[in-house]
Design a protein around this ligand. Structure first.
Ligand SMILES: NC(=O)c1ccc[n+]([C@@H]2O[C@H](COP(=O)([O-])OP(=O)(O)OC[C@H]3O[C@@H](n4cnc5c(N)ncnc54)[C@H](OP(=O)(O)O)[C@@H]3O)[C@@H](O)[C@H]2O)c1
Length: 335
């Protein structure tokens, strides 16, 4: 079968090579999917640039999510049938014509458009875990979402709006701010023009939840905006992206230092989310997230943003577009 190897770190034009490798065998407890397309994730950019600690040794086949048709079902798997069209999480191995998937990380999507179906596994499931499985957000709660026009961010915004929260959201361009307003976000802040901390502080608002994928000073400022009972949910650290060692250390320090007693006395919490760790140790949680997001799309209150569907020949362009933050929504590469 054809697959894409990450053969060296660097620019996508040179980092990737299209290769022929053996088709994987379907394990007893697995499902083999014939891949129609695979998704791109921010982690792929970090892996390609050598910044991703979970990246396997090179040459590696990246890829966390695929959409395709079930080709074979392991003897120990009960709930899937050959021929079903599914969206699935892969633990690497997605940039290939066939991928082995864990049945607990697969959902049937029937004829859902590939771009939308692709967004459900990594981005929407991560958002679901952050939003629904950590605490309860109610009507009128004040929620801040960073990078809110990104894949996870826009999913979080849709969930917060659905639950009746008052949504503050940041993004890095006027186009994204307009898109956030169209989505129904109440307070959209272009962080390149205004400091979100000053804007929210000036309003005298105490936040109930902050969703942060930026890291560094953004987390420290977000914590200062939390009211009693508030939570900081940290699920990414984009600030580390592309920075040199000095900047990395500085970002690390800018997070701030926290003592548990402060959380207790303010009745606050800090919650970390890492879907890979959950997939390793609590895979049934991934299944619950997938069920939730598929239902949300079927009911019509979740509507994944599609950033682009690229043919395999344009993989480098897709990587560049994502890396240069030109896109909003999920990117898919098709075979
Ligand atoms: N914890 C987990 O298990 C998990 C799972 C999936 C994703 N993630 C993380 O969640 C974050 C969002 O993922 P996604 O798939 O939604 O990504 P995405 O669609 O590419 O959105 C990320 C957005 O972050 C903003 N951003 C701010 N600072 C940035 C920086 N220094 N470099 C790049 N982007 C920056 C950009 O929006 P603006 O232009 O508006 O600034 C960008 O569009 C990533 O950090 C990813 O690693 C974590």
């Amino acid at each position: 079968m054809k697959a894409v190897h990450l053969q060296k770190f660097g620019k996508p034009e040179k980092a990737f090579a299209l290769v022929d490798i053996d088709k994987p065998k379907c394990p007893r407890e697995g499902v083999l999917v014939k891949v129609e397309g695979f998704g791109l994730n921010f982690a792929d950019i970090m892996a390609r640039t050598g910044l991703y600690p979970d990246c396997p040794p090179l040459p590696a086949v990246l890829g966390y999510d695929v959409v395709g048709i079930v080709e074979e079902v392991g003897q120990g798997v009960k709930h899937f049938k050959v021929g079903q069209r599914v969206t699935a999480l892969t633990r690497f191995g997605g940039y290939a014509e066939y991928a082995v998937c864990d049945p607990r990380a697969i959902a049937v999507v029937d004829d859902m458009p590939i771009g939308k179906a692709m967004a459900l596994t990594t981005q929407y499931s991560t958002a679901w875990q952050c939003f629904y499985n950590s605490f309860r957000i109610g009507h009128g709660d004040k929620v801040l979402i960073h990078a809110a026009m990104g894949g996870v961010g826009s999913a979080l915004a849709q969930m917060a709006l659905h639950e009746g929260a008052e949504v503050y959201a940041t993004a890095g361009s006027d186009e994204k701010i307009q898109a956030l307003k169209r989505l129904g976000v109440h307070h959209a802040i272009n962080y390149r023009k205004e400091d979100f901390f000053e804007v929210i502080k000036k309003k005298g608002v105490h936040l109930d939840v902050v969703f942060d994928s930026i890291g560094g000073s953004s987390v420290k400022k977000g914590c200062k905006l939390l009211g009693a009972g508030g939570s900081m949910v940290l699920y990414g650290a984009a600030q580390f992206n592309g920075s040199n060692l000095f900047k990395k250390i500085s970002t690390f320090l800018q997070f701030g230092f926290y003592h548990p007693i402060n959380f207790m006395s303010k009745s606050q919490s800090m919650i970390g989310v890492n879907m890979l760790r959950l997939a390793d140790y609590k895979a049934e949680k991934i299944q619950a997230c997938l069920k939730g997001v598929v239902k949300g799309v079927q009911e019509g209150w979740l509507d994944p943003l599609v950033g682009g569907v690229y043919p395999i020949e344009d993989l480098a362009k897709a990587h560049n577009d994502l890396g240069q933050r030109k896109t909003t929504g999920k990117l898919t590469v098709t075979w």
